[in-house]
Design a protein around this ligand. Structure first.
Ligand code: NI
Length: 185
């Protein structure tokens, strides 16, 4: 018998599916129904999954769109609160030399956590869902989400960014050993 919590679970592409290894296509018409509907589907999916970000390839759509929705949660208690934001055709314009390692999970890599180095600060451009070009500078956790999701658009997962296989651990062990000390994620 399925628990009720599984009824609305979104169908997320899992590691090994080829869509996660493709370079996603640039969106030409952001205001099209296709793109706007995709954004709505992704907002629903990330909300139902309780994630802080999701990329279009994770719902089997190879387009350069992701959602960032950092918020405090059981998985990420100290995450800053931000409204769910659609990021279309993103680019990293510049990145700090300084890297920082932090724990990441991924809806497409269930039950695992990786200790992943990311740029501490990034300057980015993207288009919002109204089709307007935006510039922003992100640091720390939000910069981490952006880099993680942008990687999905280039056919990469956090596993590809690990310095060593030792930095990949089970989520259950992560909860035991790291979650109480590392309140960041
Ligand atoms: Ni992911």
């Amino acid at each position: 018998m399925q628990s009720t919590s599984n009824v609305n679970k979104p169908d997320i592409a899992q590691l090994g599916h080829s869509v996660l290894r493709q370079e996603a296509q640039v969106v030409d018409d952001i205001l099209s129904h296709e793109c706007q509907n995709l954004i709505d589907e992704m907002m629903d999916a990330v909300n139902q999954a309780g994630g802080v970000g999701i990329a279009a390839p994770q719902i089997y759509r190879s387009m350069r769109v992701f959602i960032m929705c950092s918020k405090p949660s059981i998985r990420y208690p100290n995450a800053p609160l931000m409204p769910p934001t659609a990021i279309i055709n993103p680019e990293i314009v510049s990145a700090s030399k300084e890297m920082e390692k932090g724990w990441e999970g991924c809806l497409s890599v269930p039950s695992m956590r990786g200790f992943v180095p990311r740029h501490k600060e990034i300057a980015v451009t993207y288009y919002d869902r109204q089709g307007h070009k935006q510039q922003a500078t992100y640091t720390d956790f939000v910069a981490r989400i952006f880099q993680h999701e942008l990687d999905h658009l280039d056919g990469l997962t956090f596993i590809d960014r690990l310095e060593s296989p030792i930095d990949l651990i089970s989520e259950s062990h992560w909860y035991q050993e790291f979650a109480p000390k590392d309140s960041k994620m």
